[in-house]
Design a binder for this molecule. Structure first.
Ligand code: CA
Ligand code: CA
Ligand code: CA
Length: 322
């Protein structure tokens, strides 16, 4: 419950004996004034990416706090602007002003992205743009209003895919040369599977792909999470290269179109680190990170975009679970 509302309630309680009049913090029922939309963004840590330093825009001298303020401006409330998380592991953490209730048999919230597919699901091979992000959820167990509690992964359709890699870790190294040239060997990476390689700089995006606000003496950034299999496929000829990035079935951000029921999430899908399902009464915080590590030719890396999020129940949208 919000402080302001609480204070009003306490004032109304003065001199009135009412059994229902309580200022207990335990009351997590949605209040009339609660917003269905994101209330606050707590962390913004993108990986490298062709939209990094652009969505949102970095200006000389911006600190991490300044970038976080821009992401708050972009994602809080109903009128949002897009942010990009960059390649695998890049993430954002946000919260709501109330607990999103885990209603039995229903999906409970939605993270908005810019995924689309051509005309119908049947004609999908003609065109699709999905950049799946894994969604993690947290219940404010210690009731301090901060996302410092346990995180649970939403087990989407690829959770049991044998090609998904849990506890995957990747490190991206600050580029030694930073100019406007197109180059194949731009940002070096190494991962926990013993692989290594380079992220290219493409012709369409010539700015720095490494977050500019990170202190210059920091030579690398490391991200950890569940890696989903590559989802983009090259179509057409070498001269006329086309890429289709296929959506997974359900349970991810920036995967299914926002209008699709399959972009909606049931809190019941949350699992702990052992894959055991956890029965959360609801959630206060959400973390989204890019879950694929793939370069899709001239399209650049697969990078999850976030355009906001909302509580389906407060919006009056009823979406049955699977
Ligand atoms: Ca539910
Ligand atoms: Ca907390
Ligand atoms: Ca996208």
């Amino acid at each position: 419950m919000k402080k302001k509302y609480l204070n009003l309630l306490s004032m109304a309680c003065v001199g009135i004996v009412l059994a229902s009049c309580s200022s207990s913090d335990d009351n997590t029922e949605p209040q009339p004034k609660d917003s269905p939309y994101i209330n606050k963004v707590y962390e913004f840590k993108p990986a490298y990416g062709q939209f990094v330093n652009e969505l949102p825009a970095y200006h000389d001298g911006d600190t991490e706090q300044a970038m976080l303020a821009k992401v708050n401006k972009a994602l809080v409330g109903p009128n949002t602007e897009m942010i990009s998380l960059g390649g695998f592991g890049g993430y954002v953490v946000f919260g709501f002003d109330h607990m999103i209730e885990n209603k039995e048999g229903l999906r409970d919230f939605k993270v908005l992205g810019n995924a689309f597919y051509s005309a119908t699901k049947a004609s999908i091979s003609k065109g699709a743009s999905s950049e799946p992000g894994i969604i993690m959820v947290s219940y404010d167990e210690n009731k301090n209003g901060k996302p410092d509690d346990k995180w649970y992964e939403i087990a989407g359709s690829e959770y049991n895919n044998k090609e998904s890699i849990r506890n995957y870790e990747i490190t991206y190294y600050r580029p030694e040369v930073e100019d406007k040239e197109v180059r194949e060997e731009y940002i070096r990476w190494t991962d926990s599977e013993g692989n290594e390689g380079w992220i290219p700089k493409n012709t369409y995006h010539r700015q720095s792909y490494f977050p500019n606000w990170i202190a210059k003496d920091q030579k690398s950034i490391t991200f950890k999470g569940t890696l989903l299999p590559a989802n983009a496929e090259k179509k057409g000829t070498d001269e006329n290269e086309n890429w289709v990035s296929y959506p997974y079935e359900y349970g991810y951000a920036d995967n299914m179109p926002n209008s699709s029921d399959e972009s909606a999430i049931d809190i019941n899908w949350a699992v702990d680190e052992n894959g055991k399902s956890v029965n959360l009464p609801g959630i206060h915080f959400v973390k989204v990170y890019t879950a694929v590590h793939q370069q899709a030719g001239w399209l650049g890396e697969i990078s999850t975009e976030v355009l906001g999020a909302y509580d389906l129940h407060l919006k009056g949208e009823v979406v049955k679970t699977r």
